[in-house]
Design a protein. Structure first.
Length: 264
């Protein structure tokens, strides 16, 4: 019975890995064995099946993707990467409300790549995770949208702009009011700095936190029931930074510049 291409590729991790390996460049059998950590007897049957399906061709004992193979692998990789994004932090994703993320970005969720889920321990519940602080302090350009107030944020962002970082900061009205009333000195530093651009979100933000810089993307989403847990998703992959900036500017459609510190 003729095997479908879907079954041929996805029912075998070894065949899938071989296709992804040959996407990088053509390889001879010795290189394939070494890179996939297999022997000839275990990989040759898979090579034959994919040659028969014209996914792989052989020229002078070097294996490479056929034109059909190239098309399939090019479209297969984002699919596999999307699965990996959801599998690595499966419990997080299945409990999160993804509806605020526009469809065109959800379709490119694979661009997030390898994400780390940051969760505070009991002894440091109100502290900003060290990984986040280290990454943002080394960033030169920062885009932040925030819909709830964190007591460490005023000091962190005020210090960043004074140290030369470029900051685009969008806050909901209640966050700005809390900033100005409870931390007037830090608010003054932020509003007066030439390195900061302050915006007010004119509607409640459906995404609690987006932070994207030239170093990393950090994201916090509401749960499906509308509750918010202190779990922060972070990625340092290059494509994730571009994805995060698109999400940031998508949410900024309902924001307006706030050039002067509000009177509270």
């Amino acid at each position: 019975m003729k095997q479908s291409l879907v079954n041929l590729i996805f029912y075998s991790d070894r065949r899938k890995d071989l296709l992804l390996l040959l996407k990088e460049e053509p390889r001879d059998i010795d290189t394939i064995k070494k890179l996939l950590n297999v022997d000839a007897s275990s990989i040759q049957p898979h090579i034959k099946k994919m040659k028969d399906a014209y996914l792989i061709i052989e020229e002078k004992k070097v294996y490479m993707l056929s034109e059909i193979g190239k098309v399939i692998v090019e479209n297969m990789e984002p699919f596999l990467n999307s699965i990996e994004v959801f599998e690595v932090n499966g419990e997080y994703w299945k409990n999160r409300d993804l509806t605020p993320i526009p469809e065109y970005l959800l379709e490119r969720i694979d661009e997030l790549g390898k994400c780390e889920l940051l969760e505070p321990d009991v002894e440091h519940m109100l502290e900003t995770p060290k990984v986040f602080v280290d990454n943002i302090q080394s960033s030169k350009e920062i885009f932040t949208l925030v819909s709830y107030f964190h007591p460490e944020s005023p000091f962190l962002y005020a210090d960043l702009v004074e140290n030369g970082a470029k900051l685009t900061l969008c806050m909901t009205k209640n966050v700005i009011e809390r900033l100005v009333s409870s931390y007037p000195e830090e608010a003054e530093r932020l509003f007066k700095s030439e390195n900061s651009k302050i915006f007010t979100c004119q509607k409640p933000s459906p995404i609690p936190i987006i932070v994207v810089t030239d170093k990393f993307l950090s994201l916090k989403l509401f749960e499906n029931d509308g509750k918010l847990r202190d779990q922060l998703l972070i990625s340092t992959e290059e494509k994730a930074l571009g994805w995060g900036k698109e999400l940031f500017w998508y949410c900024m459609r309902v924001a307006e510049p706030t050039e002067e510190k509000p009177e509270i």
